[in-house]
Design a protein around this ligand. Structure first.
Ligand code: UD1
Length: 333
């Protein structure tokens, strides 16, 4: 099966490319390298022994993307490409709406033109906004708290309408909780530009000495230690779910939506303690004010993915920390 992977040079994209190859599929990458580096292509080859074809193309560029479809004739598409920094989306809403929504539309149009029916779309638990129940099931009310979140919310809606209009389409929406960790080779991982926004890369950079300390955003939440609780999932487990989603699409039609999380929550301070244990380093931190838009507790009901995809997260918190540490300590910039 030939799989066109938009955003395939990014954090989740690269890990998914490795799992597609391991499953005997043929990934082809489309990426504009706006938040990734062409070096990862050599690293993918080192890990897999396979040279993966890659097109330096923006998923919003209808003509260039059409040329890739024309040349490659993929069987299916995984659409990762998009902007994903929450704070930046608040400052530059139009860039987020333009990029993320135009990319969904352009990918879906190219698929129509070239008769490609199957699509996996990367969405986020951010579409649950401020959840009124945990664990969160897929049919919980949808909302958003920032432009990035709205682009995922709207991207999903566009695809639901596309599926409704054409019964031959096969679409799977995957809602990621908090992807962390790295490939166990230490060759690929999360590589944010500038200071990290997310917890795990920030902890890892404090451990290496690249950052002075971690700011813990609030310790007055109604949780076990007062710090906020999230559902962290190892990126390799997440990548494997994409393979299962593609396999599950074969011979069926319609649209499905699945939560991808580990189904349990850890607090910020539990993450700090687990990382200290994995790295042998002390993580200096300071309690500061809550971050605007953060919720107290967020974790997934993962039973639907277990039942229908036969998938569940296998890696432990210790694995997530050990792999994030290996990656970060070997890739200090
Ligand atoms: C964030 C985004 C979410 C996005 C996801 C993946 C917000 C409100 N949500 O989720 O839309 O899909 O990233 O990119 O930004 N924390 C600290 N100190 C830090 C960083 C984080 O204490 O330096 C805390 C946060 O307050 C939170 C937890 O760690 O409680 C996890 O934060 P983060 O990794 O940014 O993920 P989310 O906020 O859950």
């Amino acid at each position: 099966m030939k799989v066109l992977v938009t955003g395939g040079a990014g954090y989740i994209g690269t890990h998914t490319v490795i799992e597609l190859l391991a499953a005997g599929m043929e990934p082809v990458i489309v990426d504009n390298f706006s938040n990734s580096h062409p070096d990862v292509l050599d690293r993918l080859e080192q890990i897999s022994g396979t040279k993966v074809r890659c097109y330096d193309v923006d998923a919003c560029d209808s003509r260039a993307l059409g040329d890739v479809f024309e040349k490659e004739r993929p069987d299916t598409v995984i659409h990762f490409a998009g902007l994903k920094a929450v704070g930046e989306s608040v400052e530059q809403p139009l860039a987020y709406y333009r990029n993320n929504l135009l990319a969904v539309i352009t990918v879906a149009e190219s698929m129509s033109k070239y008769g490609v029916r199957n699509l996996v779309f990367s969405s986020s638990a951010t579409v649950y906004g401020d959840p009124d129940q945990v664990p969160i099931p897929e049919d919980a009310p949808l909302s958003a708290t920032n432009p990035y979140g709205w682009t995922k919310f709207m991207g999903e809606q566009i695809l639901r309408d596309v599926a409704l209009a054409d019964s031959k389409r096969r679409i799977t929406i995957l809602r990621y909780f908090n992807p962390v960790g790295a490939h166990e080779s230490g060759l690929i991982g999360e590589d944010p530009l500038g200071p990290p926004n997310n917890l795990m890369p920030m902890i890892a950079q404090v451990a290496t000495g690249q950052r002075e300390r971690l700011n813990v955003y609030g310790n007055d939440y109604p949780t076990q230690d007062g710090t906020a609780v999230r559902d962290y999932i190892h990126v390799v487990d997440l990548a494997k779910a994409h393979v299962r989603a593609l396999e599950h699409q074969i011979g069926t039609s319609g649209i499905d939506t699945y939560n991808l999380g580990a189904g349990k929550g850890y607090s910020v301070l539990e993450m700090v303690a687990a990382f200290e244990k994995a790295s042998g380093k002390t993580i200096g931190y300071k309690i500061v004010d809550r971050r605007a838009g953060d919720v107290a507790v967020c974790f997934a009901d993962t039973s639907l993915a277990a039942r229908e995809l036969g998938w569940e997260a296998m890696k432990t918190l210790a694995d997530m920390c050990a792999d994030a540490w290996r990656w970060q300590s070997r890739n200090i910039k």
